[in-house]
Design a protein around this ligand. Structure first.
Ligand code: NDP
Length: 282
């Protein structure tokens, strides 16, 4: 990969730009539309949204106002937690497309595997959602389908009833939280792994990160984003500032040595920053 517009290829042949622009915490307001348009102006071609972020309308407005063709952008959204199950999924997908004002989606993900209200029947409702995903995919309304925050047992249970395997898993992934087993499982199942909170939510002050970044003449943000690319992940950095958007794209022209990658494993002591998929309280 040499720039954010270079692509990974999903198991169905669809190309996906190797860095996505994260939009969590952006809302349906003019400021957010401007931020997303700025990201596209900077060169981002892949936007990561979700029904639950309440910003799909802003994403749609930014895409329509950015001067590029729809086909030049890769747009992801996600099925929200209370709405798992076949019928609910079809209804929410229709709302998502209405919010975005688009006639197709590039990638649709089940956002979390175990909604609070489905603690007892999560396998069945996920299989129902997946059936709806498969139909929407076969109808051409979605170019690729996948999951988010799914660990091995969640994917296994989906596969019991699936006719199309998920193409993506979007996971919390950064040098503090590496999820090796799930990542290896995804690789074995030809799933591209997307990395959420790839900047550790901006908590980049660890002395080891500062030292290593200085060694490569990069910022700590650039170091951790390159770490992601070097592992074959697809990072989704979010920033509200143009300067940082540009900084977060300039991550390709160096290589972290195996010794330094080994040293970065010391950061794993800090661990997960978000909810665990088996016990997320929503
Ligand atoms: P990130 O790891 O992308 O960090 C974002 C934070 O880092 C912001 O506070 C931002 O501040 C700051 N930041 C951005 N660039 C820099 C920089 N160069 N140097 C220092 N600080 C910087 O966190 P997110 O949690 O937003 O994750 C990224 C995306 O992943 C989300 O936006 C969303 O799209 C997705 N996601 C998916 C989840 C899921 O369950 N599937 C869960 C969480 C996130 P500022 O804006 O001021 O620049």
């Amino acid at each position: 990969m040499n720039c954010v517009q270079d692509s990974y290829v999903l198991s169905n042949g669809v190309k996906i730009p190797c860095v996505g622009f994260g939009t969590w915490k952006l809302l349906n307001d003019d400021t957010s539309v401007d931020i997303i348009k700025t990201a596209i102006d900077c060169g981002y071609r892949h936007i990561d949204s979700a029904f639950g972020y309440h910003n799909e309308e802003a994403v749609g407005k930014a895409v329509r106002g950015c001067g590029l063709k729809r086909s030049e952008l890769f747009i992801t959204s996600k099925l929200d937690n209370p709405d798992h199950g076949y019928e609910n999924t079809l209804k929410e997908f229709s709302m998502t497309m209405n919010n975005l004002g688009m006639d197709y989606l590039d990638l649709y993900l089940i956002h979390w595997p175990i909604p609070l209200k489905n603690r007892e029947n999560w396998k069945e409702v996920n299989q129902g959602s997946w059936k709806a995903f498969e139909e929407l995919y076969q109808d051409g309304k979605i170019k690729a389908i996948g999951v988010s925050n799914f660990l091995e047992h969640h994917i296994d249970s989906l596969l019991e009833a699936a006719t199309i395997a998920p193409m993506v898993d979007q996971l919390e992934l950064h040098p503090q939280y590496v999820q090796r087993e799930t990542v290896n499982y995804c690789k074995e199942h030809r799933m591209i792994v997307e990395a959420w909170s790839p900047l550790i939510k901006g908590q980049l002050g660890n002395p080891l990160l500062l030292d290593l970044a200085a060694k490569y003449n990069k910022s700590p943000a650039q170091l951790v984003l390159h770490w992601s690319i070097q592992h074959g992940f697809l990072p989704l950095p979010k920033s509200s500032s143009k300067e940082r958007m540009l900084e977060n794209m300039d991550i390709f022209n160096f290589e972290i040595t195996p010794e330094d990658l080994e040293e970065m494993k010391a950061l794993e002591v800090f661990g997960i920053t978000g909810p665990h998929p088996d016990s997320a309280p929503f």
